[in-house]
Design a protein around this ligand. Structure first.
Ligand code: HEC
Ligand code: HEC
Ligand code: HEC
Ligand code: HEC
Length: 232
């Protein structure tokens, strides 16, 4: 009897350890926009929402020629390209080469999770934390979100795509590199402090303070000062 109990306890512990260690999955844009509709509508108008277009033959011909790419080639299945033009390429729940880029998850774009991290772990936590705030006026530590895979280091997220080329200031740069470097054209120089303040991400809306404490993103206070009210 004791032995059976130990086996059961042992496998339960193993199962929970596996769940805790598994990398969270990418869930796609629609899961996030169910609750964050306003950011979703704004994001949908940005270049990040349409990053697969640039890989199709015949688009951006002049830019491609300048970067020594073939404007007539179809790059939509090219592993050297899709990583930075999609969400979660090659990772659990993320974009898989050769699959349709659209659909509900909209993985053929630089979606919410490219910057905020794969949502499989933290998506439920957001609504739970909101209910807790309503019920007991208690905010939830932001740290709990980091443990579940949410990213607040935006600088690093942008660098993985925008500064991934040989000789870039980004230390972690590794192949495949972006063909569009400052050497090709000065306009491709990426400065985080400037770029993060453009309309390329999405409009910002006022937060109610459901989450609290570190890590507070460095840009948060600035953005919240001018953030819009979410319409009722
Ligand atoms: C079931 C509803 C729901 C879903 C699904 C959801 N969120 Fe949230 N999210 C919330 C609520 C509620 C808050 C707290 C907002 C506040 O403080 O005003 C929040 C907060 C956030 C914040 C700010 C956190 C902070 O630092 O205070 C970000 C960023 C965010 N969500 C992104 C996402 C992304 C990306 C997804 C998809 C993977 C997602 N959310 C899915 C409801 C949701
Ligand atoms: C390491 C990430 C990365 C890889 C790999 C990558 N790209 Fe991109 N690509 C980017 C980024 C970031 C931009 C936006 C550059 C900017 O506007 O500053 C971009 C922009 C583009 C543009 C638009 C340029 C313009 O001036 O409008 C095209 C076209 C493009 N990429 C095609 C490709 C093709 C084809 C490949 C594969 C041969 C590829 N990319 C591989 C990150 C990448
Ligand atoms: C997964 C890769 C990826 C990530 C992460 C990423 N970007 Fe981009 N970004 C791109 C690509 C690809 C384009 C080019 C889209 C095109 O022109 O088709 C782009 C375009 C842009 C542009 C130019 C938009 C325009 O309208 O011309 C800006 C500005 C920008 N990104 C800023 C950022 C910032 C700031 C971050 C981080 C908070 C970031 N990006 C994160 C891949 C990425
Ligand atoms: C290219 C990067 C990028 C993409 C893509 C992106 N975000 Fe954000 N998001 C940011 C940054 C940077 C902030 C501002 C920093 C902060 O306050 O946490 C932010 C802030 C937020 C916030 C806090 C409130 C606000 O409006 O500032 C929410 C909620 C949010 N994003 C949801 C989303 C959702 C949903 C999507 C997809 C539809 C998305 N984001 C796509 C970078 C991105």
């Amino acid at each position: 009897m004791m032995r059976i109990l130990l086996v059961i306890l042992g496998s339960a512990a193993l199962a929970s350890a596996t769940t805790a260690n598994a990398a969270p999955e990418y869930v796609g844009v629609k899961v996030c926009t169910k609750c964050h509709e306003v950011q979703g509508e704004s994001w949908a108008t940005t270049a990040h929402a349409k990053t697969f277009e640039a890989l199709k033959p015949g688009t951006k011909a002049d830019e491609k020629k300048k970067a020594k790419l073939d404007p007539d080639k179809d790059y939509t299945k090219d592993k050297d390209c899709v990583g930075c033009h999609s969400t979660g390429f090659g990772q659990a729940g993320g974009y898989a080469a050769g699959t349709a880029p659209g659909g509900e998850k909209q993985l053929g774009s630089v979606g919410c999770e490219s910057c905020h991290g794969p949502g499989g772990g933290y998506r439920d936590q957001h609504s739970k934390a909101e209910k807790k705030l309503k019920a007991s006026s208690e905010a939830t530590p932001r740290k709990a979100l980091v443990a579940m895979g949410q990213n607040f280091d935006y600088d690093k997220a942008c660098a993985a795509c925008h500064l991934n080329f040989k000789g870039s200031p980004h230390k972690g740069a590794k192949a495949p590199f972006t063909p569009f470097t400052p050497d090709v054209d000065a306009k491709y120089r990426f400065e985080f402090d400037k770029a993060v303040r453009t309309k390329a991400l999405h409009e910002h809306y006022k937060l109610k303070g459901v989450f609290t404490g570190d890590p507070v993103p460095a840009v948060r206070a600035d953005f919240q000062k001018t953030a819009k009210e979410i319409p009722e």
